[in-house]
Design a protein around this ligand. Sequence first.
Ligand SMILES: [Zn+2]
Length: 59
Amino acid sequence: MIAAQEKNDVDPVCPHCKATIRQVWFRELGGILGKRYIYFCSACRACLGISHRKGFWMG
Ligand SMILES: [Zn+2]
């Protein structure tokens, strides 16, 4: 098991452009599976991940 620790004094770095991520942009995706959100780097616009809204089958 990997331990998780909150680190508010360290900024994450984009895995693509290596820039410090101070702001994450996201866009809403629509589709037959429900709403999802794609998150991307504000510096290079590389995709950082997609979140699935919890309980999306309920609308
Ligand atoms: Zn980037």
